[in-house]
Write a protein that binds this ligand. Structure first.
Ligand code: ASP
Length: 419
């Protein structure tokens, strides 16, 4: 896609989002007639995820040429993503301690009931579940349920193994390279549909919340909580922007080029569904295909800054609401558990709301507290997903710089890529 076309598409997506907000605001539930358009768009994106992630990660890992070269970029990528997640949580904790949004908030019986239901549907996840989710006994089932973490893990293993078996491995790597290029083409086509898709998804979400007036009413009750999450997300987005400038030496043009993916993340509330577009935008910006294929899929499965930040604020909000004091030790526990919960959360709508139970149970907070958050969660979920996607993109920009500057083969490889 030419730069001019990308810009036109970006403006159309912005227009789609604004039109969606207006339509949902004024027409309320009547706007649900366009729901199918959003579902169609979401399905089209989801359709590409499994083949794309397998092909991208396998060919990306294999392109490193030698499995011994995997350790450093792999380890650094994880370290980078872990650090930004912790920074996000600390920003959240600082703001929630200053603003104290939970002071004086009353919880209705209906909210309590909703919280109990959510807590039950979440099951009793704990740390070992996160580790267990890394390796799937049934990859087809994981794929069907869009659990990407075990697929990425398998693809890394597969790509690494393929480089060690000589000619037979070359054939299979060639196949996955072809599959990757073909899937990216399809993603490029789907992107043309995104303005309409984002319009329908945003309109439907607001319509289902009862339209603008109903939404404002809900927000008013816990406005301070919504504001705390929004401010913290904005601060973190700016911190990521600074990290991007300092560590990757890129400018505002990168944010502009990633905006199509970020807005789609807002529309879909799913960073996994957005993953194909994140890769497409990063590649179009000029980041090397090799790092895009390796770093972004990894990021989209383990890196969720927005989710981690939200979970920390929500846990503190619930504590404040119930009048439970959480000391420094508890807050450190929140940092650790929110990091793990964000890693364990799938990139699908409201996954973070469920994994938050890990945080709540670690610091001994009542799980029913979630109930009061649910009414605004469809909105905050979209905002945090946008930050999740921005976080993945910045990680990619940073690692791209590192991988190019440390690997002489990269230049040759990048040139081969362009042909
Ligand atoms: N919806 C988020 C995502 O897809 C996850 C969450 O925080 O619920 O990234």
């Amino acid at each position: 896609m030419s730069h001019k076309h990308s810009m036109i598409l970006l403006y159309l997506i912005v227009a789609g989002m604004i039109a969606g907000l207006l339509a949902g605001w004024y027409f309320g539930e009547d706007v649900l007639v366009v729901k199918w358009i959003g579902v169609l768009f979401l399905n089209a994106l989801k359709m590409t995820i499994i083949p794309l992630i397998l092909a991208a990660v396998i060919s990306g890992v294999a392109s490193l040429g030698d499995i011994r070269k995997l350790g450093k970029p792999g380890g650094l990528t994880m370290l980078y993503y872990l650090s930004t997640t912790i920074i996000a949580i600390i920003i959240g904790l600082i703001l929630v301690n200053i603003i104290q949004p939970g002071q004086g908030v009353e919880m209705s019986a209906a909210a309590l009931e909703a919280g109990v239901q959510k807590a039950q549907s979440g099951g009793d996840k704990d740390f070992s579940d996160i580790l267990l989710s890394l390796i799937s006994p049934n990859l087809v089932k994981s794929a069907a349920e869009l659990q990407l973490l075990p697929l990425v893990f398998f693809a890394v293993l597969f790509g690494a193994a393929a480089t060690t078996v000589g000619k037979a491995g070359d054939n299979i790597i060639g196949f996955f390279e072809g599959l990757n290029a073909t899937m990216m083409k399809i993603v490029g086509w789907i992107m043309y549909f995104s303005p309409l898709g984002v319009f329908a998804l945003v309109a439907t979400a607001l319509g289902e919340a009862g339209g603008g007036a109903a939404f404002m009413n809900t927000i008013l009750g816990i406005g301070k909580y919504v504001a705390t999450v929004m401010i913290a997300l904005s601060v973190h987005a700016v911190v990521l922007f600074v990290i991007m400038i300092v560590l990757s030496k890129r400018g505002a043009g990168f944010l502009k080029d990633m905006m199509r993916a970020i807005l789609t993340a807002f529309g879909t509330a799913s960073s996994s569904a957005t993953l194909p577009l994140t890769m497409e935008c990063a590649q179009e910006h000029g980041l090397s295909k090799r790092s895009v294929r390796f770093v972004i899929p990894l990021g989209s499965t383990i890196n969720m800054d927005g989710t981690a930040l939200y979970e920390a604020i929500a846990a503190m909000f619930i504590a404040q609401m119930y009048g439970i004091e959480l000391d420094m030790y508890d807050q450190i526990l929140i940092v650790v558990t929110a990091t793990l919960a964000a890693i364990g959360a799938a990139g699908i709508p409201q996954a973070g709301t469920v994994t938050m139970l890990i945080v709540l149970s670690a610091v001994g907070l009542p799980a029913e507290g979630i109930g009061i958050l649910l009414s605004v969660d469809w909105f905050l979920d979209r905002c945090r997903t946008a930050v999740n996607t921005w976080g993945d993109a910045v990680g990619e920009a940073v690692m791209n710089k590192y991988m190019i500057s440390t690997d002489e083969d990269e230049i040759e490889y990048a040139m081969k890529d362009e042909t």
